[in-house]
Design a protein around this ligand. Structure first.
Ligand code: SAM
Length: 472
């Protein structure tokens, strides 16, 4: 991994911000003009160890071995395993959502939980949530802005956990069409971005006290629109990457008092995290960059009032979903996926491709389709059945449950992997004889990157043209 760091042109911190939040937090303004740490979160489903020399230390609020600061910022696009979903480059403070979720899950009741990540692109929290919950739990990752939802769907496929459905809908669609459906809802709300002032000087330029109030009002609208989709007894995690009370504590107190919920507390926190207060009441937690290594972040957990109805055990199957595959087609696909962790059922998507799902995800997708949601991706796209034989999809290569014994695995060097990822066909870099005749899974450092086909001395690079890596 080669080092590089690009700093945007310097924009001074806004005067009203300096006189307000920054004045109340000595050391904050200086930290916002300093260097941002770089952190990554490893994919628990894909066996990969960061080079020891690259690691500066662990993220304190992550699980052991889960997330690390890097000694310097590499060119991630030049690292082949980054494209195989071995890790996600995620700002450290925002990994606190995973910390919260781990403490909330035991109280939500076991079984096939449904979690909605409402404002999900590009997918930092989605991929984290999908790793914290089980493979039989369901994550619906939604992003209202369509082009951003497409990036989210791509990142979901690279992560390869198989337990996510990606939608692109307005928050109100969930409240109106799926009442009481979710056990947990994560609202990582669009905000004024004070916590990103160090990394993103554009956020400094756009900031104003008026915009803070507009953001706070929009956040209340988003939360109230989605609130009905959370079941009573379920938990909302509300977060922003800003420091001000209007978007943080005041909104959390408003959710609890106006919509009806209890703000949760979890006792001892990792050092440096500052409890947020509103009118003397505890309301969430702040991450300040002068106190902990990370950008600014705020998060709170609110349990919706009411008895816990519709818990996982009592959920009905949804038989109005995607058409299930015939037994012999499903049997052909089962050869390609790991039996224990793999999908429980297979169905044909609207695009004519076969998809694999856990039963809970299949039922959720059925409910989303009945509710006329814009579904961009779900489960694992396994491929196309042609006269009873599977032509595997790219997403299957990236899926953690792929049965590697089904095809030849061509393990290649970093250099060859980059040639493959730019969709090159240079036989000098990718010598055809290192591939078996027919289909191969191209792998680098044990991380699958995609498919390639050898036909005699010819070599077909099957990496998706729209994903090819050109600049690195
Ligand atoms: N959760 C993401 C992650 O961890 O990668 C980051 C989400 S970002 C803070 C907020 C997201 O909300 C953006 O993707 C933005 O497009 C979306 N958004 C903007 N306006 C929205 C609205 N009115 N309703 C819902 N989402 C909105």
């Amino acid at each position: 991994m080669a080092a590089a760091y690009n700093r945007e042109a310097c924009v001074p911190l806004p005067a009203a911000f300096l006189g307000g939040t920054a004045a109340a937090q000595p050391g904050l303004a200086e930290a916002l003009d300093g260097q941002a740490p770089v952190s990554v979160r490893l994919n628990p489903y894909k066996p990969y160890l960061l080079p020891e020399s690259a690691v500066a230390g662990p993220v304190a609020w992550a699980e052991e071995g889960e997330a690390f600061y890097l000694a310097e910022r590499p060119v991630f696009t030049a690292d082949p395993v980054f494209h195989g979903g071995a890790y996600y480059v995620q700002e450290a403070a925002s990994m606190f959502t995973g910390w919260l979720l781990r403490r909330i899950l035991p109280d939500l009741g076991g079984g096939e939980l449904r979690v909605l990540d409402l404002c999900a692109a590009p997918g930092g929290k989605t991929t984290h949530i999908a790793s914290v919950v089980g493979t039989r739990d369901v994550v619906v990752a939604n992003e209202v802005i369509r082009p951003r939802a497409k990036i989210l769907a791509e990142n979901v496929q690279k992560w390869g956990s198989g337990n996510i459905a990606v939608t692109s809908n307005d928050p109100a669609d969930f409240g109106e069409r799926l009442p009481g459906f979710f056990d947990a809802v994560v609202v990582d709300a669009p905000c004024s971005g004070e916590g990103m002032f160090r990394k993103d000087h554009g956020a400094r330029a756009e900031w104003s006290p008026e915009n803070v109030l507009l953001c706070a009002a929009r956040q209340r609208r988003i939360v109230s629109d989605v609130w009905d989709a959370l079941r009573p007894g379920g938990v909302m995690i509300y977060s922003t990457c800003t420091f001000n009370a209007a978007e943080d504590e005041e909104n959390v107190l408003w959710i609890a008092d106006e919509l009806g919920g209890e703000i949760l507390d979890f006792g001892a926190l990792p050092e440096g995290i500052v409890p947020g207060y509103g009118g003397g009441r505890a309301a969430g937690w702040h991450f300040f960059p002068h106190l902990v290594p990370g950008e600014g972040f705020f998060a709170a957990a609110i349990c919706k009032n009411g008895s816990s109805v519709g818990t996982p055990a009592g959920r009905a199957k949804n038989n109005k979903g995607l058409p299930l595959l015939a037994k012999n087609d499903a049997a052909e696909i089962r050869r390609w996926v790991d039996g224990a962790a793999g999908p429980e059922c297979f169905a044909t998507g609207g695009d004519g491709m076969a998809y694999g799902f856990s039963q809970a995800l299949y039922d959720t997708v059925g409910a989303l389709l009945q509710g006329r949601f814009g579904l961009l991706y779900s489960g694992v796209q396994v491929g196309e059945l042609i006269r009873g034989a599977l032509k595997p999809a790219h997403a299957l290569a990236l899926y953690h449950g792929l049965e590697r014994g089904t095809v030849n695995v061509a393990e290649v060097s970093d250099g060859a992997a980059m040639e493959y990822l730019r969709k090159g066909t240079s036989t000098a870099l990718l010598p055809a004889d290192s591939f078996a005749e027919g289909l191969n899974l191209v792998s680098c450092q044990g991380i699958a990157l995609g498919w390639a086909k050898r036909i005699g001395n010819r070599y077909n690079n099957l990496y998706p043209a729209n994903w090819r890596v050109l600049n690195y």
